[in-house]
Design a protein around this ligand. Sequence first.
Ligand SMILES: Cc1cc2nc3c(=O)[nH]c(=O)nc-3n(C[C@H](O)[C@H](O)[C@H](O)COP(=O)(O)OP(=O)(O)OC[C@H]3O[C@@H](n4cnc5c(N)ncnc54)[C@H](O)[C@@H]3O)c2cc1C
Length: 381
Amino acid sequence: MERDFGLSEDQRDVVGAVREFVAERIAPAAAGFEEKKEFPRELFSQLGEMGLAGIPYEERFGGGAQSYLTYVAVVEEIATGFLSLAVTLSVHHLSAFGISQFGSDSLKEKYLPRLFSGEWLGAYALSEASSGSDAASLRTRAERVDGGYRLTGSKRFITHGGEAELYLVLARTGEEGPRGISAFAVEPDRPGFEFGKLEEKMGWNASPMRELIFEGCEVPVENLVGEEGQGFPIALAALDGGRLGIAACSVGLSQAAFDASVKFAKERSQFGRPVIDFQGLQFMLADMATQIEAARRLYREAARLRDDGGDFSIAASMAKLFASDVAMRTTTDAVQIHGGYGYMQEYPIERYMREAKALQIVEGTNQVQRMVIGREIAGSS
Ligand SMILES: Cc1cc2nc3c(=O)[nH]c(=O)nc-3n(C[C@H](O)[C@H](O)[C@H](O)COP(=O)(O)OP(=O)(O)OC[C@H]3O[C@@H](n4cnc5c(N)ncnc54)[C@H](O)[C@@H]3O)c2cc1C
């Protein structure tokens, strides 16, 4: 498989260095962090030191001034070794993007260098208990007060909740619906900002998630990101790029499942020969390889479109939809190829399958992606 497909020589160099780091430091540590349900903060800091926490951002704020394609190819590479860490990079990017693209210069100067160096971790807070796919119906309120805004309400399912140093929070400042929503950069030590308990999940156990609770939490006026009422377009623009991050995570996870399956099928013998000799398994591996290759090309083309300044929103939805469905199929088939061993925790394969499921849900479920693509086809978006 052509893992460097579509990358220039410089991009291959960056990805190659990350591949080595993944093999030496990241992949061997993944199972331990997942088992202990521990956030790999030190590994994230190391990614920051390597200049990987702000790859596609402006140099003057400490970003890497590299292409989005480089960034997502790096995310894929990390996901081959440790999905939760790749998700961390992707979520971190969601929070930084809003500030970088829509924030005032003073907000950028205050927060971006810390986010891009990996000193600070970012989180993105859109979902609420009663608003998921219908995100524009969110209820957390931001009421105008002297010198700023007072936040009241709660956010559910927030990755990095309790760990992050900065939260991009979407809250209602005006009318019902998408036009009444604004975005805020919120630091966790503001009075009135609390966290719920650590959520117990099916997978992604090294990726902490908590509820955010705002009880009259006051945020300075300068922490409004963009204009009042501009929050929903900011949230959606962040998600467009984020979906490419999730597509890259999906391809990395699929690649790991595929590589492990080939290795196992060569080593495992039944009926006096390696099981990879059986056409039944070769066909499964052939389908896996084809789907992974297609998913990789889809997300990299979408990233290139973004780098060229094109409208990549539908391409991002297609990439996220296709790649995460591929991850679910590939990891399920990987369990099958491993037979009973695939079902045992002794091998990472059962974890891969649990991890793939969330990729079909986050950053817009795959039904929502189909809705977005379908509306475009129908001309009703
Ligand atoms: C591991 C994980 C990490 C997450 N991290 C974050 C985070 O960091 N920040 C954040 O803000 N959120 C986060 N989320 C929340 C996530 O974005 C939501 O779970 C997701 O958007 C779906 O919302 P919901 O769970 O409320 O499901 P619902 O919207 O209630 O959907 C329930 C079902 O109905 C389907 N459905 C809904 N509307 C339609 C429709 N119009 N047409 C067809 N089907 C439809 C959905 O596809 C789904 O199958 C995370 C979730 C998970 C699982």
